[in-house]
Design a binder for this molecule. Structure first.
Ligand code: 3EB
Length: 325
């Protein structure tokens, strides 16, 4: 059994999950809302492409304990820890030190709860492609993140969390994370140069993340936490058309899942995908391509967002699983 199961829900029925003490996280998408009092509720201020809001439910196998530590909201159930925090940004060129301190607080809370291994981190902040103080904000973020991971000794290229770095229209830096008591395995994509080996043309500090983390929750039960995956082959962005970028992204996802499946007793299958699109993508033809690649049963959530390279128009992240029957 895995300690947490993820699925999408419509917002009307999602609130009922708040009465379930096994709920680890309720991730809401859509318009920014006032900060929720329940530490399990996390708001990602990105509109769904279909309009309205959608909710991602993280349902645990056991009751969770919840709280707030130095601004970090958490819920944990003995095996898995969900964390999130939102920090105000006072000046646009303060993103680098703000990122370092956000990660330090995340690590401090994770250690305090007894879950020192970050498996997966989501990073959200505004104006991701804008320059401030002579450096693109995404690149400044990479410098700040690396400093914190290095201090944590997580930067040795074998224990980097899976990640996404996504542009919002909401002020402030928001981090969400999943942590565990024991580490997962870092998986890299054979079609791509590892991000932590990107050459300096993409910024002074290559991005500190792994393409995916394979977590063995029990002998038979594996989760693959898939980082934001885009139309990058080698280290270069490919294609100018969003549908061509989508097809390349799907090849990258298939290669990554196949690579990770070499380490699981049964092949990993996608559980859900989150699709970030920079432009007003029509979800219908995009859905068709994804169905052609992965079948009709993978739930999809389309969000309107900025992506960390100016030329990238689409990025897909998600969860795959190999679960005992
Ligand atoms: C790429 O492949 C696309 O900096 O955390 C994807 C996922 C990307 C995570 C991050 C960046 C990050 O380089 C960008």
């Amino acid at each position: 059994m895995t300690p947490v199961t993820l699925f999408y829900n419509d917002p009307a029925s999602a609130d009922a999950w708040l009465n379930d003490d096994r709920l680890l996280a309720l991730v809401r998408f859509g318009v920014p809302a006032p900060p929720p009092a329940d530490p399990r509720v996390c708001v990602i201020p990105l509109p769904a492409l279909s309009g309205g809001t959608t909710v991602e439910v993280w349902l645990g196998a056991r009751p969770a304990q919840t709280g707030v530590l130095d601004g970090v909201h958490y819920a944990d159930n003995g095996d898995a820890l969900f964390l999130h925090l939102h920090l105000d940004e006072s000046a646009p060129d303060a993103l680098r030190p703000l990122t370092t301190s956000a990660y330090q607080r995340l690590f401090a809370a994770a250690h305090a709860r007894g879950y020192p291994h970050l498996l997966r981190v989501w990073n959200y902040f505004p104006a991701i492609n804008q320059e401030a103080g002579g450096l693109e904000r995404y690149r400044a973020f990479c410098v700040g993140r690396h400093a914190a991971l290095r201090a944590e000794r997580a930067e040795q290229e074998t224990h980097l969390p899976a990640a996404s770095a996504i542009g919002t229209r909401e002020p402030g830096l928001r981090l969400c994370a999943l942590a565990a008591r024991e580490s997962g395995w870092q998986i890299e994509n054979p079609r791509q140069v590892s991000a932590f080996h990107y050459p300096t043309q993409y910024g002074p500090q290559s991005p500190s993340f792994s393409r995916a983390i394979l977590k063995r929750w029990s002998e038979q039960d594996y989760h693959l936490y898939i980082s934001g995956t885009a139309s990058v082959v080698g280290h270069a962005s490919q294609h100018q058309d969003v549908m061509a970028q989508l097809d390349e992204t799907l090849l990258n996802l298939a290669a990554l899942i196949a690579q990770a499946s070499r380490r699981t007793p049964a092949p990993l299958q996608p559980v859900l995908f989150r699709v970030y699109a920079r432009t007003d993508l029509d979800p219908a033809p995009a859905r068709e391509r994804i169905v052609r690649a992965f079948g009709p049963d993978v739930p999809l959530l389309f969000l309107h967002a900025d992506i960390c390279r100016q030329e990238l128009l689409i990025e897909i992240e998600g969860l795959a699983a190999s679960v005992a029957q």
